[in-house]
Ligand binder design. Structure first.
Ligand SMILES: Nc1ncnc2c1ncn2[C@@H]1O[C@H](COP(=O)(O)OP(=O)(O)OP(=O)(O)O)[C@@H](O)[C@H]1O
Ligand SMILES: [Mg+2]
Length: 273
């Protein structure tokens, strides 16, 4: 089994040397827990290892990602110049994001793909989906859910033809279909994929949408805990197919000029959740 190095100091030791090649890994955590930073390390490690890498951001501009990386002494501009990396900012107003991801992957042929984040990607679909359209679907029912959704996902504004079988349509179902389409697109690329998802503090799921965790090959949870004025960052590998991974919580730091450094000493791992 070929392992993909994450570029995050200390992390790969916890997962037998890296992520299994070709897998889709989800990094889930609350605001500011380090998801984008992890993704930046992963993208840079790809470029450095001569693997063509595509970094899709749905939250920030290309410049912001490059700027953020610079804080950690990571030169993504250089990676772009050497044609090993492309940072692409996805904007819902410019059309279907999943189609754009598909097209860019086809053009570039990446070995690694990052999507930061899948939560904003999903949110943007529900924003784009006009309420009128949703009402038409739920009132008339759907004849062929898959066909309708593939149509909807590629051309969100198109009005759907008449349908016969009643089927309740809710946000969860929409999200599930969008995610299925996204994961199919990503699997087809055969690349090693890292996606990020927001996680609400009191969530019982492992992602905001509560589906992704079942569709991916691995889940890493990031936590930020504050107790009595002391704060700490922790991570846990919650799932990793094909891997005998560590199960404990490990503390980590985000350091200026360096980025994420995982403390892999078992005795110092914290259980503060
Ligand atoms: N230059 C820096 N030096 C040290 N720590 C930094 C630096 N820049 C950012 N950080 C820390 O990293 C955190 C942000 O990390 P990051 O953007 O990776 O989190 P995120 O989980 O992607 O956040 P969001 O939910 O906003 O997308 C900041 O809140 C800060 O604590
Ligand atoms: Mg982020």
């Amino acid at each position: 089994m070929k392992r993909i190095k994450t570029g995050v100091e200390g992390f790969d030791k916890l997962v037998q040397g890296g992520f299994p090649q070709g897998s889709i890994i989800l990094i889930s955590g609350g605001a500011g827990t380090g998801k984008s930073t992890f993704a930046i390390h992963y993208a840079h490690a790809g470029a450095e290892n001569n693997e063509k890498t595509l970094f899709f951001t749905t939250e920030e501009s290309e410049e912001m990602i490059i700027q953020q990386a610079k804080q950690f002494n990571i030169d993504l501009k250089k990676d772009e110049k050497s044609k090993k990396l492309r940072v692409i900012s996805l904007n819902p107003e410019e059309g279907c994001m999943i189609n754009k991801i598909k097209e860019e992957c086809k053009k570039f042929g990446p070995k690694r793909v990052v999507i930061d984040s899948v939560t904003t990607l999903l949110d943007s679909y529900s924003m784009v989906l006009p309420k009128k359209y949703e009402t038409i679907l739920s009132q008339k029912g759907i004849r062929d859910l898959n066909a309708i959704f593939s149509h909807f996902i590629s051309t969100p504004y198109t009005v759907v033809e008449d349908t016969v079988i009643p089927l309740p349509l809710n946000d969860k179902l929409i999200n599930k279909f969008i995610l299925m389409r996204l994961f199919k697109t990503l699997r087809d690329t055969k690349a090693s994929v890292l996606i990020t998802s927001e996680l609400l503090e009191d969530s019982k799921s492992l992602s905001r949408d509560s589906f992704s965790e079942f569709m991916v090959d691995g889940v890493i949870l990031l936590y930020f805990t504050g107790i009595a004025g002391e704060s700490s960052r922790n991570l846990q590998i919650r799932k990793m197919r094909l891997t005998q991974h560590e199960k404990a919580f490990f503390s980590f730091d985000i350091i200026r000029g360096k980025g994420i450094v995982v403390n892999t000493e078992k005795g110092r791992s914290l259980l503060l959740k």
